[in-house]
Design a protein around this ligand. Sequence first.
Ligand SMILES: C[S@@+](CC[C@H](N)C(=O)[O-])C[C@H]1O[C@@H](n2cnc3c(N)ncnc32)[C@H](O)[C@@H]1O
Length: 343
Amino acid sequence: MVRGAARPVVAAARRLLERAAARPGVARVMRRTAAELQDALRRSHWRSDRRNELYGASYYGIGRDPGGDRAGRSGYARYDRVTSNAEVAGHLVWRTFGGARTVLDVGCATGLVVEVLRELGLDAQGCDVSAYAVANPSPGADGHLRVGDLLGGLPYGDGAFDVVTALETLEHLPPDQVDRALGELRRVCGGVLYATIPSFGPNGGGGPDGHMVGKVRPERMEHYRSLGEGYAGPVAFDDLARDAAGNPVEGHLTIASFGWWTERFAAAGFRRRADVERRMVGDLVPELAAAWNLYVLTVPGADEALLADRAPGSSLVSLGLRHPLYEGAGAPGAEGGATATGP
Ligand SMILES: C[S@@+](CC[C@H](N)C(=O)[O-])C[C@H]1O[C@@H](n2cnc3c(N)ncnc32)[C@H](O)[C@@H]1O
């Protein structure tokens, strides 16, 4: 906040900057400078992040080789709108839940999905257990993120959101804490829960089946395969795949079957909606359809209008999605394809 004597000076500087930004060449330099400033702030935060928490700066790619070499460590080599596939995830949520006005993204990281949803006109908020991520929001999510722990209670009221999303997040909780977390998601959810969770076994919903490769220690795969389709999980802690530091890969603690997760959702009061999942999968390029094990769930009495397709018969690309996976042939709607297999 600007106070007292500084106020007119700052106001004049703002007017000058605004006028300068109207010139395309100057605007380009300003954008580059803004990006550099944000990076510098993030790097400085990383250096002072002595606690080296699991979901600290390094998890989101800070201080890593941006070329993509993660050296076997968990977390992202680079975390942005394209690499995280937030572009696709945001457009997909906006399009699928056409009657939604309010959205909460739980495990939002730096708020990239929140940013996309807000650009698309929704009232989107986000929360994450990572103080680093919340303190370093993507610009369009600034002011709309809060620190929130699924296991400690989320800072929102009962049924506060039409749609709650939890993307690549629930597998980060220990199995014995999953029911508690789902109870908290149920509490804040006013209509629809949309989650993506790496899962194995027969899908039982509207998408492709899952697998265990990369999630279970290679030397234990044969054992788990021998258990057959009836095995539901979760995989024992000692059998989880490890990263170069010997920790569960990507921080994934609950690796379970579609059947197991569906049961846990049902116990928390959610009903799985294969019909809507089918629609969503139809919008995904093959890479994403295989990587995103998705679950759409409704609470009793949910307004069906929330699930209205915002633009029946259209592809995400025709609705404005721009993403490398959706460029060229092979994309749904004959226009192109989408996302990530991140942590
Ligand atoms: C793999 S990242 C996914 C980030 C984002 N949803 C995406 O898809 O790009 C997992 C996120 O879950 C968050 N997380 C882990 N445990 C959590 C908890 N107990 N409550 C809230 N967020 C949590 C982490 O901080 C991290 O940002």
